[in-house]
Design a protein around this ligand. Sequence first.
Ligand code: IPE
Ligand code: IPE
Ligand code: MG
Length: 252
Amino acid sequence: MHENSVLNPERIPRHVAIIMDGNGRWAKQRNLPRIMGHKAGTESVKNIVKSARELNLEVLTLYAFSIENWKRPSFEVQGLMTLLKTFLKSELQNLLDKNISLRCIGEIEKLPPDVQKILLQVIEDTARNAEGKEGLILNLALSYGSRSEILRAARIMAEKCVSGQFDPEDISEKLFASHLYTAGLPDPDLLIRTGGESRLSNFLLWQLSYAELYITETMWPDFNAERFFEALKYFQGRERRFGQTSEQLQAE
Ligand code: IPE
Ligand code: IPE
Ligand code: MG
């Protein structure tokens, strides 16, 4: 029996966000350089993207590199950028074949020009995928920080107020959300963090307001389809009350 069969197809989350943590520790446990952990981590990315597509998720957001990660030793940053470039080049055909559309969130302008170029190319080439009901949006958080995203939205909205496009009182949750990098995407239903830390590390602070949280000790390079199903099973066992009482929900 395939593990998949234990999941309720009616309750597959629309959007899963993952903090892919633990590559460095995975490598250290094996006496390998940290970058080997990141390399192994890209294999997990491929496996989870494949599972997400098979399970018919709408959006998979992966936290691949934070604004704070720029503070890491430059050889590690360079290694990560090289891996990203290799991943994008080698995955393009697969994304096209599987009807997966690539998007990104974050301060992309801070990435090295060669990485930006291939990233924007893959985004453009896959932009027409996942337009209908079938298909997956693979959303990469790169040079991403949630506070900076929120500040950016505030700044754009302030400029629009000054130029008379709308008034301060028009700023609703919906309008605010439409100025975030994630505009147009549903909020994540489930947040998975591998590597065991119980923190958000500046990830999607606005968008995760009502997400279910699943933290696993499994290091990212060891995270596979089976572990992913376990997280989804956990999600399916939650009662999402959104502030209401259990009785109210059952009466609906
Ligand atoms: C996550 O793994 C990948 C990135 C942050 C780029 P880490 O590199 O943070 O791994 P640990 O937390 O040191 O084990
Ligand atoms: C979060 O992991 C960022 C990514 C997974 C890309 P970190 O390893 O950078 O987070 P902290 O430093 O432990 O909070
Ligand atoms: Mg880490």
